[in-house]
Design a protein around this ligand. Structure first.
Ligand code: GLA
Length: 720
């Protein structure tokens, strides 16, 4: 619900358990007065009474009791006396980047507007949310900023983006156009972020914030393995279950910044949006630029509470299409089984063995197109390598067995050794006169260009129309460098990175519109583009090329800070550590599937896999729709990790525990969470009966504690 109190000129955005309050101050300054637990409406006036001014801090001559330098600014601008990190900086035709925004008007309406060309949260029905648009204007340049906020009724989420329109008479340049800013009157926070690299994505990092700047960004052209566009500010001492936590996530797959700045008053500002360092956008009179959307979550129930809000929100308001609700097929992927070394018969043998195990889809990974037998050629030549493959025979056979069939693409890439590159050398991302750098023997295809998009999409469309393909894995295997496009004029070179991302979004949008039954899975050298932008197009994303179940724990726990289980690509592979049971127990957390040669399995392994397949079906709804509780996190404990899924009605729970390393103590008390304390639960298999209260407050003793490294166990609880 959103209200405006005319008397004190204050907006209040309420979600079920949170409030976000803004006030218009004399002079038209828009202030960020409060964000946190839900407040009553009656005494909001007290919030705006606290505004300080400070010596040395400049003020508007008409309002000298107030300085932007020390005020909580809702959308801070550059050069008007607020010396902290700003959200907007516009270089005017006069060469100055001083930017000033003052309130003009506002409107409120039910529902949520689309962001053209950009991924965003949505509501199926206008009753699910309400939107506030506050229009601000810079009197000198005429730049108008419409700050767009949506408060959801069914989850504690506020989404925000900004529409910038040049209402002046001269072209200006946006040098910084961020999506959101939140000013909090405290520095008692830890900053939590997810860092990583290839095969080690989304590792949890927590550090106390300090005065000055701190934060993360990507300049790699994609959201990256290295930093996820997510950050949390957790009250000092907040845990999984207690304390106040703010979570921020940018719905964007390109260069981003998430920066926190603590000032001399111990106030914390956090801003997020497109990273400004390689950004500049010309805005001619009448033109509009829309920022990506930022998602804000507040939870008073610790990190676990924050995560569950993100999960519900993304499950309901971000993931779309048929596969939002339809059961996804359990797949086997050819990559780790065969790499580039396959032909029709080998894949048919995979499908035959897989079917015996109960697997539902065969995915043919990299190596089916052009003349690709290794990673040195053919990206861009998206036609079937008929010397290697009879695709019609393969798909017909796979379908005749009742399996679905999937295929791999890397549409935004081009190999120097490809027909496409030989025909169009200027179609790769490059800067004239500079040698483009190479990574994995490939260049990046310039999908900021409409003609390039037309070509690559046309090639994909031809294959997807000719063959009945059920699934596409969309990969992206390098970072961008020498970032430029042959079509962009010099003064627009700063637009390249964002135009590239918009190009990717357009391609994925076309694909899922033209082929609505297709299941799309994004991937980027594992989980290098695991972000909410991608989730808008593909309901699942391959989380990491690292399928070692012990190392996967850190990756999956980290990913779960804001991404739901239904989105997390997780497969069982023949990697070196642990037996197949643990591999399966860890992969069950995600979308679940296999990445191995099913001809190479022992009889015992085949039996285990058949049991896992049955478990996958049995727990599907619980894991996809249930609430996740991280019970023992790998970043808190070197020996054991544990997590559970609890159904929404609290009648069913699945608890999984993995011993990462053997420890001295043999007993382990595990306190469960999220159960109904008054209900009695029966443990499947043993028939033991415990109250929810005992399981949560006293804990359950994990008696099989003499396990070796890498062992796991599950408890399935059903309430009577
Ligand atoms: C990336 C993906 C892998 C596989 C290979 C194919 O590394 O993460 O799963 O698809 O590319 O080249």
């Amino acid at each position: 619900m959103i209200t405006y109190n005319e008397q004190i000129r204050t907006f209040k955005l309420d979600t079920p358990r949170t409030s976000y309050v803004m006030g218009i101050r004399d002079g038209g300054f828009l202030l960020n007065l409060y964000y946190g637990r839900r407040l009553p409406d009656d005494d909001l006036w007290a919030l705006s009474n606290r505004l300080p001014s400070a010596s040395f801090s400049p003020s508007d001559p008409d309002y000298t009791d107030f300085s932007t330098d020390v005020a909580p600014m809702e959308y801070p601008t550059n050069g008007r006396g607020d010396f902290r990190v700003s959200a907007l900086s516009v270089r005017g035709a006069d060469g100055s980047s001083v930017t000033d925004l003052r309130y003009v008007s506002h409107r409120m309406f039910r529902g949520k507007p689309d962001l053209p060309g950009l991924p965003h949260l949505y509501a199926d029905d206008d009753s699910e949310c309400e939107t506030l648009e506050v229009t601000m204007r810079d009197p000198l340049t005429g730049v108008e900023a419409v700050l767009v906020y949506t408060a959801f009724e069914d989850c504690d989420v506020i989404a925000k983006h900004v529409r910038l329109t040049n209402r002046g008479g001269r072209t200006v340049k946006l040098e910084r156009a961020l999506s959101s800013c939140v000013d909090l009157p405290s520095m008692d926070f830890d900053l939590i972020t997810l860092w990583g690299r290839h095969a080690k994505e989304r590792q949890f990092e927590r550090r106390p914030i300090a005065r000055g700047l701190q934060g993360i960004r990507s300049k790699r052209g994609s959201s990256s393995h290295n930093h996820n566009p997510f950050a949390a500010l957790a009250q000092t001492g907040a845990t999984e279950t207690t304390g106040e936590v703010y979570g921020f996530n940018l719905v964007y797959s390109g260069n981003f910044t998430l920066t926190a700045e603590v000032d001399h008053n111990a106030s914390t500002r956090i801003v997020m949006g497109i990273d400004p360092s390689d950004f500049g956008w010309l805005l001619a009179p009448g033109e509009t630029f829309v920022t990506p959307e930022a998602v804000h979550v507040f939870s008073a129930d610790g990190l676990g509470g924050m995560s569950r809000v993100f999960h519900r929100c993304y499950g309901e308001h971000l993931i779309r299409g048929r596969w939002k609700t339809e059961k996804r097929p359990l797949l086997i992927n050819s990559w780790e089984a065969a790499y580039f070394d396959f032909d029709t018969d080998k894949l048919i043998s995979f499908a035959e063995r897989a079917r015996e195990l109960g697997i539902e889809m065969l995915v043919m990974d990299d190596g089916w197109f052009g003349k690709r037998d290794n990673d040195r050629s053919s990206l861009g030549d998206w036609f079937v390598n008929e010397k290697k493959l009879d695709l019609s025979r393969l798909i017909d056979y796979v379908h005749s067995m009742g399996l679905k069939f999937g295929i791999w693409y890397e549409p935004e890439m081009i190999s120097p050794d490809s027909d496409l590159y030989r025909a169009h050398p200027d179609w790769c991302v490059h800067v004239a006169g500079r040698t483009p750098s190479i990574a994995r023997h490939q260049y990046v295809l310039d999908v900021s260009r409409p003609d390039v998009r037309e070509n690559v999409y046309g090639q994909m469309r031809e294959v997807l129309c000719r063959y009945p393909i059920d699934y596409v894995k969309w990969d992206f295997n390098r970072n961008l460098s020498e970032a430029g496009s042959a079509l962009l004029p010099a003064e627009r070179s700063g637009e390249f990175f964002h135009r590239f991302v918009l190009g990717t979004y357009e391609l994925q949008d076309r694909l899922i519109r033209d082929f609505p039954a297709l299941l799309l899975e994004n991937c980027s050298g594992g989980g290098g583009r695991f972000d909410p932008g991608m989730l808008y197009y593909s309901p699942q994303i391959w989380a990491s090329d690292n399928t070692d179940p012990i190392e996967r724990l850190n990756i999956q726990f980290g990913t779960s800070l804001c991404y739901p289980a239904s989105s997390m690509g997780a497969h069982v592979s023949p990697c070196r550590r642990t037996g197949y049971r643990t591999k399966g127990d860890v992969a069950l957390w995600g979308t679940f599937g296999y990445e191995l040669d099913p001809n190479d399995l022992s009889e015992e392994e085949r039996e285990i896999i058949k049991e896992q397949v049955a478990e996958y079906h049995g727990y599907y709804e619980l894991i996809r729709r249930g609430d996740l509780y991280r019970l023992i996190c790998p970043w808190d404990n070197d020996f054991v990790s544990a997590w559970s899924f609890v159904s929404e009605d609290k009648r069913e729970a699945l608890v999984t525990l993995v011993r990462m390393r053997r420890q001295e103590e043999t007993l382990l008390h595990l306190k469960l969470q999220g159960l109904d304390p008054d209900a009695f639960y029966t443990v499947e298999g043993t028939g033991e009966r415990y109250s929810g209260a005992l399981l949560m407050y006293a804990g359950v003793e994990m008696t099989g504690a003499a396990w070796d490294d890498g062992d796991s166990c599950k408890l399935h609880l059903i309430a009577e």
